[in-house]
Write a protein that binds this ligand. Structure first.
Ligand code: FDA
Length: 389
């Protein structure tokens, strides 16, 4: 069978591209349903974009690569699409836009657009033996109905990254990219919780508080969550994308508070108060009890001279911890790295060396922050390829 465009991967990027590419489009996915990550995203409400989306919120070997696609199909363009489909939305925090009702509305919108465009969607299907000739690509398509040979002028790789293999994530796009000579940068799990040896934080699992976390040159102010395995919460997930194996992260447990001054003032007013009682006014009590086991926090405020109070305040505002690792692809929201952007046109997402071969979405070495940025990259890069096709 002959198509103008075959797209492998019916996730966010693949569906966006299929809906807008025009011509005869075949969209293939091995899953039972398209857009499974959209369905589970944002706690079932899909954080579909971010009002503050800008290129600085993306990691890539080439930090300029994402600019073109993001500028030519912006967060406002996607929001406009959402509004035209009467999907109710709200801003949760930090510019993050969510569906009021359900992530399924975003999938239904994309499916509706694809249906209107006459896209041939093949689920529970797989692709093998891809070859390229003058006229385009050909490959074996195994569907529940049988095996057939397909030809298509354009081939779009949209199978995402390796995160959450349980949901069907594979390194397929990387393998096909390599087959056609496109380099792939080193990949690793990102937006992922940190782990620590011996379940260090198990006693305070469930404790959450506002924090600022620094990893490398990056700094994020959001919630921190202690877990049985280690550290999680938005601030930690963000930091994980910038963390290097073996490096420490630095945590400010009291952002914006001048703890030294607060403790000193309180010492003047009520010196006979326990230091831990006073700390519990500023930090969760379970965390204070946990810290008290590690550090010597005994005695009343009056027992603590300025020098010790200052040292304590500095420690709590600059808590250095070295994770032993991350939870890996099993729980990571995204994959850092991917198909090397040097091999692609930033305007069209087409391979520079292999005409007709495109790569979009998470499969490419462009990774966004937490907060709707990764879906925006899927929409923008999917649209860039669709327009070029
Ligand atoms: P995506 O992974 O969506 O799609 C790839 C498709 O390819 C899948 O349908 C898969 O089945 C298919 N596929 C893979 N291998 C194949 C093969 N060999 N043959 C055929 N098909 C194959 N981002 C965000 O901006 N806001 C959010 O709220 C969230 N929330 C979130 C929660 C969770 C739990 C996760 C894991 C991730 C998020 N993300 C997110 C990240 C976001 O889901 C992700 O960046 C995008 O889905 C990437 O879109 P793609 O289309 O590139 O890949």
């Amino acid at each position: 069978m002959q198509y103008d465009t075959a797209i492998i991967g019916a996730g966010a990027a693949g569906m966006m591209c299929a809906a807008h590419a025009g011509g005869r489009v075949l969209l293939i996915d091995h899953a039972k349903a398209p857009g499974e990550k959209i369905r589970i995203s944002g706690g079932g409400r899909c954080n579909f974009t971010n009002m503050h989306c800008a290129p600085n919120a993306f990691l890539s070997n080439n930090p300029h690569f994402a600019k073109s696609a993001l500028a030519r199909y912006t967060q406002w363009d996607f929001l406009d699409l959402v509004e035209r489909h009467r999907i109710a939305w709200h801003e949760k925090t930090l510019g993050q836009l969510f569906c009021d009702v359900s992530a399924k509305e975003i999938i239904a919108m994309l499916r509706g657009l694809m249906q209107a465009a006459g896209v041939d969607l093949r689920l529970q299907s797989s692709v093998a033996n891809i070859t390229r000739r003058e006229s385009g690509f050909s490959f074996d398509l195994q569907t529940p109905d049988g095996l057939r040979r397909i030809t298509a002028s354009n081939l779009v790789l949209a199978t995402g990254g390796k995160s959450i293999p349980k949901m069907g994530a594979t390194g397929f796009a990387y393998d096909i990219a390599r087959q056609f000579g496109l380099p792939v940068t080193e990949t690793r799990a990102a937006l992922v919780p940190f782990t620590f040896p011996q379940a260090r934080f198990a006693p305070i699992s469930g404790v959450a508080l506002p924090s600022i976390i620094n990893a490398g040159a990056a700094s994020f102010e959001e919630a921190l969550l202690f877990t049985h395995r280690g550290l999680s919460g938005p601030a930690v997930l963000q930091a994980s994308s910038y963390w290097q194996d073996g490096a420490p992260v630095c945590i400010d447990l009291l952002p914006h508070a001048d703890l030294f001054t607060l403790l000193r003032e309180q010492r003047q007013r009520s010196g006979r108060r326990n230091l831990t009682t006073e700390l519990s006014r500023h930090l969760p009590t379970r965390l204070v009890d946990f810290l008290a086991e590690d550090m010597d926090l005994g005695g009343n405020l009056a027992d603590w001279p300025d020098s010790r109070l200052k040292e304590l305040a500095d420690t709590l505002k600059n808590w250095q911890l070295t994770p032993s690792g991350t939870e890996g692809y099993r729980t990571a929201e995204v994959t850092l790295g991917g198909i090397d952007t040097d091999a692609l046109s930033s305007r069209s997402m087409q391979s520079r060396e292999v005409p007709g071969l495109y790569a979009i979405g998470e499969a490419v070495d462009v990774t966004g922050w937490l907060g709707g940025y990764n879906f925006q990259w899927a929409w923008s890069s999917g649209m860039a390829a669709a327009r070029a096709i």
